[in-house]
Design a protein around this ligand. Sequence first.
Ligand code: FES
Ligand SMILES: [Fe+2]
Length: 485
Amino acid sequence: MFDFLRRSRYRGYIDTLSDGFVSGWAHDGGRPRERLSIEIYAGGILVGVVRADSFRSDLAVAGIGDGKFAFSFALPAEVGDGGTIAARVAKTEYWLANSNRYGTANSPRPGRGGSIPPNWARALTDDRAFREEQAMLGHCWTLLGITPDLEKDGDWFRATLGGRSIFVQRFGDTIKGFENRCAHRFFPLRTSDKGNGPIVCGFHHWHYNRDGHAVGIPNCLEVFGTHPREVGARLVALDIATCGSLIFGRFPGGNTSDSLEDYLGEGFPILDAMCAMPGRPQRLNGEIAANWKLPMEITLDDYHGVAIHHRKRHAKNNEIAYFRFGMHSAHFTGHNDTLASMSVACRENRYVPSDYRIFNIFPNLAVSISNARPYWFCHVQLFAPTSPRQTHHLGWLFQTGFPARERALDRWMRPLSDVIRAHLVRHFTKKIVEEDRRACEQMQTIAHQFEGSPILGAQEKRIEWFEEAYEVAMSRGEAISDTRR
Ligand code: FES
Ligand SMILES: [Fe+2]
């Protein structure tokens, strides 16, 4: 079974770190009388094991068994300043809350390591951990594709969600999504990336309707002794919703039932306005020989511009504003607006862009706007995981409908300048994407050596938020399962 599921029965916290002692408590809800052994890590290195069996009256009052679940551990003298302290239930993947939030005794350094657990990179190299991770992420609303690819009735495209092949198809006014797996003997229903036509399995020609029910089964009475309706076979249906031209999907369940609008929160009206594609966008697709988290995290990192993109100078903290909303975050350059004011203006259809913005939607979507004088372009990037070490990078690039400071000359020149501008935007976007890709691929070559937590500075704050959202998604307690029947 999944490690991630097992660990959800534990609860535990690091409560204090002072005078060289780390103290907290831990309890196993699955075996409520058992006392747990807790491994203590300093700077990602195991420095000792302590039993959580001391009495604390507040635990007893809170109804946590007999209250004998507390621990206090004396850190070894050689643990230096500035590292991070973490604790986990021995021999499990359950890290106590507040792990890594502290520096060592008497020298807390906020921002160093954040709250990222030392095992954050496990799924970057471990196939099983990757499969488990993807099975949990399949319940998060995830970008699958765009509506311009489903223009005509019957148009479909194939994508991946939760580590599984799926397809999305237009039926008249509605868009539906299904796991790409025949209910009969699991043949893939869609064997190419896109197409148009009814759902007919290539193996024995079972025919499915728009609700995913097998309504046509060849020779059904002869071989199954009954009618298709009695066979009752159906496809696994996904939840599907759109925002602007973006089509999101998720596997139902996973202890979440929020709508896409709830999930995106203040980001919904923004993406809705930004990602209303005027037609077919330019595509910038490619492969990245690195785990999906690395290209996602590089879009959350404002510290690498000088080294990787050869910028002239480092940004100042006060030039950037960060916003966190739900599991997502945004970076605004300039201080003309806030996430809230932009959200309201987009909802009321009166937003006028003034500067660069990027929105990182958990788990694997980054959407930015930038100025290509005088117009505003949007770049949508999806980091679709294919294996622990490989990511399919899908990019869509298009001119937004946001108002531009257009002069008469600009308008007059547009037939020509639009072509040149689109070409230039593509050229510069591609250059940045390539530079980021190279950096991620270099990181992946030693990803098996990523032990312990990274040291994060102020301009990497959003990576910490992303990893916190990841932990939440991993601990929700339900992986995708077979919901066929
Ligand atoms: S596997 Fe699809 S019809 Fe048999
Ligand atoms: Fe970059």
